[in-house]
Ligand binder design. Sequence first.
Ligand SMILES: [Zn+2]
Length: 433
Amino acid sequence: MTGLDASPTVQAIAALAAAALYGATYLSFVRLLRYPRNWHPASLPASLATAVLAALTVAAVALSREGLDGPALAASAGFIAVAFSVIAAPAIAFRPASRPVEFLARHGEHAGLWLLGPALLAGLAVPNIRLQAVLATAMAIELAWFLRQRRAGRRRRLYPLNVHDLSILETQAKGDLAAFRRRHGIRELVLSEDAVGWRGCGKTTPPCPFNLYVNRLGLNTAPCCREHMKELSHHLAARLGEMRVVHWLEGGSLLGAVRQRGALLDWEDDVDISVLLDRDMTWERLASGLAEWGAREGYFVDLFEKNGFVSVSFDPPGRWPFRWERNRLLGEIRTDIAIYRQAISHGEAVLERRSHKGAMPLTDSGGYGVPRGIVLPTSTIPFLGGDIACPNRAETYLRVLYGDFSKIEYTYVGAGPAKARARFDAVGVLPVR
Ligand SMILES: [Zn+2]
């Protein structure tokens, strides 16, 4: 052992450096989770940056002048792998995921604390102060996350469930609401002698985990979430109008507006709006206009230039450096903005996007396109209590996306729950004019 290594000051500095590296790795990792949350493949530079930080953390723990500390290397690498799997579960579960991932996602508020026992054991078994500093930092982060989520959860307020929400809930619960609530951990559901209520999400509470409730259990979108989707979509459309961005209601939201006469689909999990970029309205102008508005009005704006996509969420942007910790939440109220550009495909003027949508046909250049005349000039349609821009020929547009759109299809809803709710939904459907 050298004299330098024996110095407590040097050891303390090395431990602090390892702890700081873990903190940086954690922040980089939660930022990376924006990709799976939005169903995009993770960007290579962002993934590499996180991997390099993780490797540096492990190296700072395991390497010293005395050489390589094998047990500390194994313990730190193993701990980071397990902890990050737990942290990533809610973002991965934005798509249908395996049972273990969904289980971890459902308990994402406190699952990190389950690592306390293993962390204590590792810290005691491997006498390496740098490892102990990393473990302590990780557990402090998990504890802070849990406490903040629990405090935020107390701000939920009670919403009544309407007759249709309640019928669907009772159908999926096969009549036994208490057992259903217990089995699926539906903490929002309030059962009292004379009423059934919903402890709803808000601007500063954790969101309702719609992936679980809407997609997995086949419930209606919660009343709180519907209310926030309404607010968000109209505020955003007003902002796009103010910026003179050509935009229109898209996908399932347009389907709701047409088929449900201005309402959301009952199992809606987001609002889709598309925008047209051109020489005047560039990506940069759109991005800066929305980012400025989001910061001012308290909406989280996430920009994905490569994917031609912006997501605007109801929750307010958090403070740096914890801005990206929101990616640990299961669910969010969101409006997805897809980018279109003018193009010529097979000799026809089209509006083209990069990601696929329904059955929208492929274009010459490998994107997806819809004939320009179906969209432009845009029209308006009643939607959630106000008028919103829509394609010029909304029903033709929907036929391009979904074929016979009067037929109900439960996209993203599990097969069993979809079958169970079909009977009720059929009654509520109005004929398409
Ligand atoms: Zn909600």
